[in-house]
Design a protein around this ligand. Structure first.
Ligand code: ZN
Length: 181
């Protein structure tokens, strides 16, 4: 397909409902882009750590429209998760069940999200180790595993997004800056 038509198709898509206020992150060394849709952003926004609230987290589910990967759902925390100020341990049994349920709806499990009590979130050593471990142990459908960390700024939804495999990771840069959700 000529490049121009590709661009028109792309722009049309970006104006569609699903892309409204979405945020885009580019994979390094690849044409793929991760689009975090409004629905997922609203979950992140809701669980930002206000004052002394504990960490929250969940799973990321996507639709594939390569080179676009659309994060259309971020699952909210469950009462069975263990949550502290600087630690979040999800209930893995419930997560596996959730992955099957979403798969039946045609959505792919691609990674995890959690909050941090800091304005510019960066992964801890524990986060990096657990993502490498999760990549090795879990069933997912990309050649990497996505981690999103949500900062605690209220005026702007600050996100860390990275792609992990069993041994290394790379940060995905945001390609357009948007206002807070
Ligand atoms: Zn963390």
């Amino acid at each position: 397909m000529p490049k121009k038509l590709d661009q028109i198709k792309y722009l049309r898509r970006m104006r569609s409902e699903k892309f409204l206020n979405s945020r885009r992150f580019a994979f390094p060394h690849s044409k793929q882009e991760l689009i975090v849709t409004r629905k997922a952003l609203e979950i992140f926004s809701t669980y930002r750590q206000k004052e002394d609230e504990p960490e929250a987290g969940g799973l990321l589910f996507a639709e594939f429209d390569f080179p676009l990967i659309l994060v259309v759902e971020a699952s909210p925390p469950n009462v069975a998760d263990k949550r502290w100020r600087t630690l979040f341990i999800p209930n893995r049994i419930l997560q596996r069940r959730l992955i099957r349920q979403y798969f039946d709806k045609g959505l792919h499990f691609i990674g995890e999200w959690h909050t941090h009590p800091e304005p510019k979130p960066t992964p801890s050593r524990l986060d990096l180790n657990s993502m490498a471990d999760a990549f090795r142990k879990s069933q997912h459908e990309l050649d990497c595993f996505i981690m999103t960390i949500v900062g605690n700024q209220m005026e702007r939804l600050e996100l860390w997004v990275s792609a992990h495999n069993g041994s290394e990771y790379s940060r995905l840069d945001e390609t357009t800056q948007r206002a807070a959700v």
